[in-house]
Design a binder for this molecule. Sequence first.
Ligand code: ADP
Ligand code: LRH
Length: 480
Amino acid sequence: ANGSTLAAVDLGASSGRVMLGRVAPDRLELTEAHRFPNVPVRLPDGLHWDVLRLYRDLLDGLAAARRACDGELRSVGIDSWAVDYGLLDAAGTLVSNPYHYRDSRTDGVAAEVHERIDPAQLYATTGLQFLPFTTIYQLAAESPVRLRHAEHLALLPDLFTYWLTGELGTERTNASTTGLFDARRGTWADELVRQAGLSRDLFGELRRPGDVVGPLLPEVRAETGVASSMVATAVGSHDTASAVVGVPAADERFAYVSCGTWSLVGVELDGPVLTAASREANFTNEGGVDGTVRYLRNVMGLWLLAESVAEWERAGLTSDLPTLLAMASDVGPGGPVFDPDDPAFIPPGDMTGRIADACRRAGQPVPEGQARTVRCILDSLADAYARTVRDAVALSGHEVDVVHLVGGGAQNELLCRLTADACGLPVVAGPVEATALGNVLVQARAHGAVTGDLWTMRALIRATHPVRRYEPRPRTSTDR
Ligand code: ADP
Ligand code: LRH
């Protein structure tokens, strides 16, 4: 194979990027063509994603990627955060602007759904942890008028793919996050769809990562300058699915922390764990690339830090992240910790106030000042990562020797160090852009630029992308 040049669109909750990947069996180069902020918009009816702005940036990114590559772009693949969707009418038009999963419309809705559908049955079928904003609950909060007009449900990466190609369909890894997908059979869970009172017709044909979706529409080509031979290719469209493809592990004995706005902490398995103990521990079985299962829990993640920083910025305080992290490094160990997974942290707003409340509830002192607050967040995250890795191993029986930390958080040396110490395991940090690498590699394989399984792809990442290793330090008497 001569190699391929591919575009990966990776939309994160805090920023989006279009990356240009050049891939051959011994080559994997990733460069940034366009990066843009992802800023939600509050309307009178709630908190929304600015999907047209994101699509505008996606198109600008494709144009930039095309200008940056010597030959032609072969393909584009799109991934984003999970669970959110647009509803389309019979003409393919959005019936309303997609909501943000942090919107309050799902408050109390899960309890109502669980009166109709037993949560134990939900877990047995979908294998999903309980999160209040999972698609099934969002749909239960949807206005009946909109649902009446809706003919298709398009998860966000599928919506953007539809705008690029005119082709509707649902990529499997992201379908597995809806609460309406059968984890074992790998199909839509028809019985749950019926019990949820939804029309089965909303849920489209399933695509596998690597399936070619089709060529780009003429208006897209005209606007971006890409060739008529370029196609859209399905990838692990759930960003976490692509991130775990992008983990540079050498063998299966690894845990991962996919560390961005959320931290997704767990192990990769061949099949789901659907036991009562797993359900009680609220572990999820998400569908991965090549039929793998991501057995993990959502830890609240760097959202806690980002929202605190946003608050300090509004107050005119220090808001430069590297400065704040350096300040937090100087704070000694043994400070307060709280449980970051409290659902009270999900909505936007007054983060430091909620952290103070959580510390009080945990019978801990409230961190005073910015440095101690940052340190408290990172100590609490590191403890939660360690707890979650331990539980994932115990519940699945899958042993690990190393924790791979990928995503934006891999740049946070203090967090990596604290995580190694809390886990008592080495942490291998990087790549920062693991998600885009996983996205690009699945496209590259679909187009013959690389062959082989996930381990071949991971070996290529290891050979081309440096990582940083943090050894755990023994606990001293001053540590917790
Ligand atoms: P998402 O995909 O959810 O938008 P990213 O993987 O891009 O998230 O990670 C974003 C996070 O990365 C930020 O919230 C921030 O905490 C962290 N981060 C970004 N840049 C740096 C940096 N220079 N040093 C430390 N942490 C950083
Ligand atoms: C991470 C992520 C995570 C989901 C959340 C909504 O970006 O996709 O896996 O639980 O966003």
